[in-house]
Every structure is written in structure tokens, then in C-alpha cells.
Design a protein around this ligand. Structure first.
Ligand SMILES: C[S@@+](CC[C@H](N)C(=O)[O-])C[C@H]1O[C@@H](n2cnc3c(N)ncnc32)[C@H](O)[C@@H]1O
Ligand code: SF4
Length: 416
């Protein structure tokens, strides 16, 4: 039976100083003045319009993502969080994450964000090699990332993530390892380690840079686990490592197929409606200007996820977690019986791609390595077993935050 899972709030900020050539998120280079006040007002209208969907439910985390939310002033962030407090019921131990680009951090800024209610930050470092940062079109150098991390500690925001990418143009295993060591030296509590993927529609897709071979990127991944484990960082998701007690609550909710409201230009939401027996997805208008002029006037579309797609959507998220999931979570979050996937799961267990232990299922190391192939089985086999035609892998519009490197453009939502 479909149950009501935990609820989160995602808020999208769609502008950046410059568009990075690898990025396919709904982010736009800022030309002219930031329309901060008008955008915040649109977010407030959006939140007010969507809040009834969350009536009687508690919000356990808020993620201010982008784009570059740190282009917005602490006052703007405070206004958004104040609206959330007014229209929603927030958990007492609410996690509030702000994504920050090291190139936008002025002195003292993090202290003000913290005063506004932010208690976790995600810093987009990407690399500590200045030549590589320039090749990635980043607006900052490694020293600015170090300075931003020092500002975080000074502000008492010790719970912060560093985003790193590996498999970068011209990078070898030693250089990838060096980036991880540099990141760890800054004292984060969490590290997101993404393999650079070439996404359709980006500058890199038109002019692909020379990338390391698959063997080299596999070696990078293996080599980087060593220093992370040595300082107590446990891998809990395909791209995420954290010290004890610092796993990202917001992202874990996505991966366990929890619910979230999505506000802001192009933001996605997901809601479980047990009475209707439906899981619905919401999508806001993508273009920032249209969003500003129309948000709050029912501009988001709402579509029910067909039952035949739920197993794939669930697995797309839950199998990313190193510990996987258990059967009761599958049935509660999809409203389906285990029989819907039992045959496919049994085959995957026999092939050594999934490990079963009692009612728990997780991807094996080989299954994690070839997760795309594992997931494809839920696209091709489940509908066939249910007597339907195959699902298309392009059922959903490209979300602004796809599951990096995995079925880009499908399912997911606002995962970072
Ligand atoms: C919305 S961005 C982060 C915040 C901020 N805009 C920044 O870039 O500093 C989320 C993260 O996704 C990762 N990312 C973006 N595009 C990627 C790609 N094509 N391949 C792998 N990782 C990517 C980067 O590590 C990035 O920091
Ligand atoms: S990677 Fe971050 S800074 Fe670069 S364009 Fe994308 S959202 Fe903006």
C-alpha cells in the first residue's frame, strides 16, 4: 500500500556568473542586474500556491540549489526561509543546505547565511588544479575555494560538502587523487565525487574535450577511496561520501523515493497521494523570466507516474545507495507488491549484480559499476512481464538535476 514518505523542499536559483561548458542544469549566465527581489517574490508566490499539497506534513530538509544560489544575498535567502516557515511545518532539526560557488563568496557572507537559517553548505570546488578549472570554464581558482572553506569554518558552518569532479580532460590517477587530498585538507564533512559526463546540448557535447579512458576513470575511483576511508569518510551512495552522522538528509530522501516540493524556475517535485493511490510529479516553467511573471498562478504541471514506470523510478534512486533498500520501503513508496519486480530481481541476484540479504537488496560492486545496465532491465522487463510494451527512456523532460551519468534526463529530480 502506498504510504506517505518524508517530505523535503527544493528551491531552485537559476542564474550563474557564467555557464560552464559541461553543465546541463537549468542555469543561465547572468546578463545585467540580478532580479533578486522579483525572483524571491515569485518563489514566495510559488511556495504559497504549492504549500496546501504539504498540508499536515512535516518538512525535514530544504535544499537551496542552482544555478548559483550564493549569487543571492543573505537577506533574499532569509526571506525564502521565512516564507517556508510561514507556509509549511518545518522539523525542529531541519537541514538547510545552500549551494555555493567559491567565486561568489565575499568575506563574512557565510556568517550571514547562517544567521538566515542555513546550516549546511555545498561548495562547488570541482578541482584544485587552476589550469583544469580554467578548462572547465570555472570562475574561481583553487585558492578561492580554500578561502571559502576557511570562511565556512569561521562562520561555524562545519557541516559542509565539497563537490569534486574526476575523469577531467588531461587528468591522470595521481591528479584525481591529489584533488581528493586537497579537498579533505579543507575539513569538509561530506564529499560528492562525480565523474565528468558529457551531456547533450552542452558546449562540451559540441566540442568534446579529450577524456581519460574508462579504465583510467575506474582506477581514479578506486584510488580515491583510500584517502577518503583513511579519514573516516564512508561511501553511502554512488557519488557521495560522508563522516559519521553527516550523510545528506535531503539527498537520501530522493534516493529512498521520498517526497519533495519543488519551487523555482524548472524545479521538479514528487508527491505520494495514498488516497488516490498515485505518485505525482510536478514541474515548474523552466525559463526564469516566464517563471517570474507567472509563478503562483498554477504554472506547474502535475502528472501521475504510471504504475508501470514506478519500479524503474524507484530503482533509479534506491540502487544508488550502497546499502540499497528493503522490501517494505519498495511497497510503501510505490504502492506496488514485491511481485512486480521479484522476477527481475531474482535474475539480477543470480547474475551477481544485486545482493539479497533477507528483505534487503543492494547493488553488488559490479552492479554499481554497471548500474545503467541494471536499471535498463527495469525499463525493458517489468512492462513486458506485466504484458505492456517497453517503456521509453525519455519519458520525462530533462530535469535540471539529473542523476549524474545515469539515465540523464529520466526520473530523479533535484539530486545533486
Ligand atoms: C548545480 S551544480 C553546483 C553548484 C554550483 N552551481 C557550482 O557549480 O559551483 C552541482 C554539481 O554537479 C556537478 N556537475 C555538474 N555538471 C556535471 C557533469 N556534466 N558531469 C559531472 N558532474 C557535474 C558539479 O560537481 C557541480 O558542483
Ligand atoms: S556547474 Fe554550477 S556554476 Fe557552472 S553553470 Fe552549472 S550550475 Fe552554474
Amino acid at each position: 500500500m502506498l504510504e506517505t514518505p518524508p517530505l523535503a523542499l527544493y528551491v531552485h536559483f537559476p542564474w550563474c556568473v557564467r555557464k560552464c561548458p559541461y553543465c546541463d542544469f537549468n542555469s543561465h549566465a547572468l546578463h545585467g542586474e540580478l532580479e533578486e527581489r522579483r525572483y524571491v517574490e515569485a518563489l514566495q508566490r510559488d511556495l504559497e500556491a504549492q504549500a496546501p499539497e504539504a498540508s499536515g506534513r512535516e518538512v525535514s530538509s530544504i535544499f537551496l540549489g542552482g544555478g548559483t544560489p550564493s549569487l543571492f544575498s543573505p537577506h533574499a535567502v532569509a526571506c525564502v526561509l521565512e516564507s517556508a516557515r510561514r507556509h509549511l511545518t518545518l522539523a525542529v532539526d531541519l537541514e538547510v543546505t545552500l549551494e555555493a560557488n567559491p567565486g561568489t563568496i565575499e568575506r563574512g557572507r557565510f556568517t550571514e547565511y547562517r544567521a538566515a537559517g542555513v546550516n549546511r553548505v555545498s561548495l562547488g570546488a570541482q578541482s584544485f588544479d587552476d589550469a583544469r578549472l580554467a578548462a572547465l570554464g570555472r570562475i574561481h581558482c583553487a585558492e578561492e575555494t580554500r578561502r571559502a572553506a576557511a570562511e565556512l569554518h569561521a562562520a561555524g558552518l562545519d557541516n559542509f560538502n565539497i563537490d569534486l569532479m574526476y575523469g577531467l580532460p588531461g587528468q591522470d590517477v595521481g591528479a584525481a587523487l591529489h584533488d581528493v587530498e586537497e579537498a579533505l585538507a579543507l575539513g569538509p564533512s561530506h564529499l560528492s565525487h562525480y565523474q565528468l559526463t558529457i551531456e547533450a546540448g552542452t558546449v562540451f557535447a559540441g566540442r568534446p574535450p579529450p577524456l581519460p579512458s574508462d579504465e583510467t576513470t575506474d582506477e581514479m575511483l578506486d584510488a580515491c577511496r583510500g584517502p577518503l576511508q583513511r579519514v573516516g569518510f564512508e561511501q553511502y551512495e554512488i557519488s557521495a561520501y560522508a563522516v559519521a552522522g553527516r550523510r545528506c538528509r535531503h539527498n537520501r530522501n530522493y534516493w529512498l523515493f521520498g517526497d519533495y516540493l519543488g519551487i523555482g524556475a524548472g524545479a521538479h517535485g514528487k508527491l505520494s497521494l495514498p488516497l488516490a493511490g498515485e505518485v505525482v510529479r510536478t514541474t515548474q516553467v523552466r525559463e526564469p523570466r516566464r517563471y517570474i511573471s507567472s509563478a503562483g498562478r498554477a504554472t506547474f504541471t502535475r502528472t501521475a507516474v504510471p504504475a508501470g514506470e514506478l519500479p524503474f523510478e524507484f530503482m533509479l534512486n534506491a540502487l544508488r545507495l550502497v546499502d540499497g533498500f528493503d522490501v517494505p520501503t519498495f511497497t510503501a513508496r510505490t504502492g506496488l507488491t514485491w511481485e512486480a519486480v521479484a522476477g527481475t530481481m531474482a535474475d539480477l541476484v543470480e547474475e551477481g549484480l544485486i545482493v539479497a540479504s533477507g528483505a534487503c537488496y543492494r547493488a553488488s560492486p559490479r552492479g554499481l559499476r554497471f548500474l545503467n545496465d541494471v536499471l535498463l532491465r527495469f525499463v525493458t522487463e517489468i512492462p513486458k512481464r506485466a504484458g505492456q510494451s517497453e517503456l521509453s527512456t525519455a519519458l520525462h523532460p530533462a530535469p535540471e538535476l539529473s542523476n549524474r551519468g545515469l539515465f540523464t534526463g529520466v526520473g530523479g529530480g533535484n539530486v545533486k
